[in-house]
Write a new protein. Structure first.
Length: 280
């Protein structure tokens, strides 16, 4: 039965799941998978690394899934027990539920995930909407977050209006426009053909969630006393890394900023950019 909330057809859903399973064949470390029940639906988790090592939670962005970490996972496992978590309501293997952003829901969801994994505390790393989700959890349960890695995070400053306009215009040009949009998302970094093909396939198949991620208040961000790493590309067409850094610098006490020249909103191989911060 087609998941009509998330996918345009049964064939579209199957295409994304086939791509997911193929990507797992390239996972750069031994892994197991499990389903964690939460109050917002079942959540799919890929676990790698020494079970006795400190835990690291990875959260992907909108319209994606945990396979974005396939090439990085081996490096993360040098020091951590790594849990790559599929966000609910996105193009992964978790439940199709889409909780309200402007509510405690996503913090509660991730709280359930950590509890299901029997974790009291963890390092959190997220990309885009995944970074927003990590922030949502961290401002709600700061005592459970040891360190926070935010890659092109939402919720700090408003997104660029020009991105939405450009995306709508490019989508009007069919497959050629979608491929152009994919390249724009990666900035000046050349996108490998296999990566571009996967992003295009998901874009063709998936129904993205509409709306804008809510901004965090000054008071919420001031609750973040743990070490934070902000990573962003200088060619991010969706978010202004300089403005994000400026606001966080004003509000949080322990911030490291790393700007990647020429990189866009989407990035390949993020592990090298965050290795020092994580002590890898």
């Amino acid at each position: 039965m087609t998941n009509a909330v998330l996918y345009k057809s049964a064939a579209a859903e199957q295409a994304v799941m086939t791509t997911y399973d193929a990507a797992l064949q390239n996972w750069s470390a031994p892994f197991t998978t499990q389903i964690i029940p939460t109050r917002y639906g079942s959540t799919f988790v890929i676990a790698s690394g020494d079970e006795a090592a400190p835990p690291l939670i990875l959260l992907h962005g909108a319209g994606g899934n945990s396979t974005i970490w396939a090439g990085d996972i081996g490096q993360f496992c040098h020091r951590f027990r790594v849990y790559a978590v599929d966000l609910v309501g996105e193009a992964g293997k978790s439940a199709p539920t889409r909780p309200e952003w402007d509510s405690p829901a996503f913090a509660e969801w991730l709280d359930d995930v950590l509890t299901g994994l029997q974790l009291q505390q963890a390092v959190l790393a997220g990309v885009s909407q995944g970074a927003w989700t990590a922030l949502k959890f961290a401002v709600t349960f700061p005592q459970r977050v040891n360190k926070l890695v935010l890659i092109a995070p939402g919720g700090i400053v408003p997104d660029r209006l020009s991105f939405a306009v450009k995306a709508i215009l490019l989508m009007m040009f069919g497959q050629k426009g979608i491929r152009r949009l994919v390249q724009e998302l990666f900035g000046e970094v050349r996108v490998p053909e296999d990566v571009a093909a996967i992003v295009v396939k998901i874009t063709n198949a998936f129904k993205p969630r509409m709306g804008v991620l809510p901004l965090f208040s000054d008071a919420e961000l001031q609750a973040l006393t743990m070490p934070i790493l902000l990573v962003g590309g200088t060619k991010d067409i969706m978010r202004d890394i300089d403005k994000i850094a400026a606001r966080l610098n004003r509000l949080v006490p322990d911030l490291t900023v790393k700007q990647i020249p020429g990189a866009g909103h989407a990035m390949l191989e993020t592990a090298p950019h965050i290795a020092d911060f994580l002590g890898l």
